[in-house]
Design a protein around this ligand. Sequence first.
Ligand code: FAD
Length: 430
Amino acid sequence: MKQKVTFFWFRRDLRLEDNVGLFHALQSDFPVIPLFIFDEDILENLPKNDARVSFIYDSLQKINEELKTIESAILIKKGKTAEVWKSLLTQFDIQKVLFNKDYEPYAIKRDSEISSLVQQNGAVSLSYKDHVIFEEKEITKSDGLPYTIYTPYKNKWLEKYHLSGQAPEYDTKPLFSNFAKNQFEFPELSEIGFERSSIKVLPHNLTQIANYKETRDFPALDSTSYLSPHLRFGTVSIRKLVNWANKKNQTFLSELIWREFFIQILFSFPHVVNHNFKPAYDGIEWSNNEEDFKRWCSGTTGYPMVDAGMRQLNETGYMHNRVRMVVASFLCKHLLINWQWGEAYFAEKLLDFELASNVGNWQWAAGTGCDAAPYFRVFNPEIQQKKFDEKGSYIRKWIPEFDLGYNAPMVDHAFARDRAIATYKKGIIK
Ligand code: FAD
């Protein structure tokens, strides 16, 4: 007779500590088999040396090393998720399947299909909130509708957080003896069909945010946390982080709330993935010039702040937040290219690519999103440079030829600004 087991399915929560779904799985009546599936539907769109796959692989290996010390191991599968689950359900006597919720439209559909499949096979499927402090409809206006403006959302978020004292943390370690003993082989990266990327996720660092409020906007200073890929893939617990931020740094806490704001916007308004949040902006006549787009992508626009940012992105998979705002505004307003082109380019390159934050921030920059910058606000890239990189240290880091005489701007700022305002004005549906 096969042994009855519980499965815990890792996805964007790649850690053993303070993991809600795992904590509950380890309390079930059956030994727990930890699982990760490399989802072919996602992998087939990625280059073979995708840096995010390397990061996921390394994070899983770390989990596996820890599990080996207690004679357990993680089961790694690759395939179409439903096919993998069908095969697991015949291979094992699965009583329960637990996982943490993912709020992206693709994941919601996938998880609902897998839950039905699990239930059809007589097992229990349970999902948990782990990726955020407040999910779905937990923070709403008094009429029950979702907030679309950040500041009242943040105030309600803080009120609710303080009411509950602090976010509970889940100590999984005392439950580790409930992992099933097994010796699953951990595959090579090449067996998953990928190569190691030369681009690496930077370690996160909370010591460098001591003066976050004053320094976070200056891209030459290492004064942000580099937490974004870790939050994306769950190698850090949001609950521990928020509890820390609440004691140490309210400005930093506000940024973590922006992340949840955009996650709840995507959950409540899934059309934002492919459409303007505000349909009134659907009439804008974008130029969508492919040559202009190529110059933007390669960091050769002639605007040093824009070019430095794009080169940082291309070389490292990261770009400082202030510069992300400048390059995004430049693409939409100066070049009149649809934000969706920029969003897709960022999605391909960013190690911290997170659909909710990417779409939310791009629409913010384009002026088409919720609580967005007004359309007539057009960042001047030269003024941004003077304000936030006065000595040019950031620019010189990413544009080594800068002092040899730099390219002329591809479009005049005053001309582009007037053209953008006129095009938006004409396109907005009243
Ligand atoms: P810190 O300043 O240390 O901030 C700490 C954390 O707060 C971040 O890791 C992130 O989780 C959150 N945060 C900070 N700013 C924002 C913000 N504006 N919106 C949402 N969350 C925020 N962030 C992503 O994680 N994934 C994306 O795909 C993404 N795309 C973006 C696209 C554009 C056009 C812009 C303007 C911003 C985008 N951001 C995105 C937000 C922000 O730029 C990054 O989160 C931040 O630069 C990551 O660096 P950090 O971890 O050092 O940030």
